[in-house]
Structures are given as C-alpha cells and as structure tokens.
Design a protein around this ligand. Structure first.
Ligand SMILES: [Zn+2]
Length: 86
C-alpha cells in the first residue's frame, strides 16, 4: 500500500489474504448530517459514501417530511408555526 495512505485521514482495515493478514487503508465515511439551524445531528440520514448512496432508494436517505434531511424535527416544527402565522 502506498505510503501516502498511511495517515489518520484513512482508516486501517486488517485484510485476511490467503496466508497472512495485512493492513489496508480505506477512506473514512462522511461526517454525520447536522441540522441547518441548531447543528444537532440528524436522525434517519445515512453516513454512506456517494457510491452507496447512488443505489440507495431516496426514501432511505432522508425523512419523508418538509425540510427532511435539512432541519431537525424541533426546528421544522418551529419553522412551520412561524410560516402558518405569517
Ligand atoms: Zn435543529
């Protein structure tokens, strides 16, 4: 494995080859999605690489509601109340 991959940016994976176990370096998963307003980590949004997201159904990538995958439930509720009053 190339030396340029031997750093903390990559995660170590021990791979069993036919006779020995070696360390391979793989890319880390992306960071958890956060609410655009309060910064809370979002539920129901997967931490997956773009390759995995490509084959994943849209309904599994974010909650099925307005602002799903953008705002948390508490912030969505606040925004909806403000919108209804305006
Ligand atoms: Zn929020």
């Amino acid at each position: 494995m190339a030396l340029k991959h031997r750093n903390r940016s990559f995660r170590k994976v021990s791979v069993k080859l036919s006779t020995r176990v070696t360390v391979h370096y793989r890319k880390r998963n992306p960071a958890r999605a956060q609410c655009g307003k309060c910064g809370k980590f979002l539920q129901g949004v997967p931490r997956a690489k773009p390759v995995a997201l490509r084959t994943m159904p849209k309904t599994k990538k974010r909650p099925q509601r307005p602002y799903g995958g953008v705002l948390c439930s508490a912030c969505t509720r606040k925004v909806m109340i403000i919108k209804a009053r305006a």
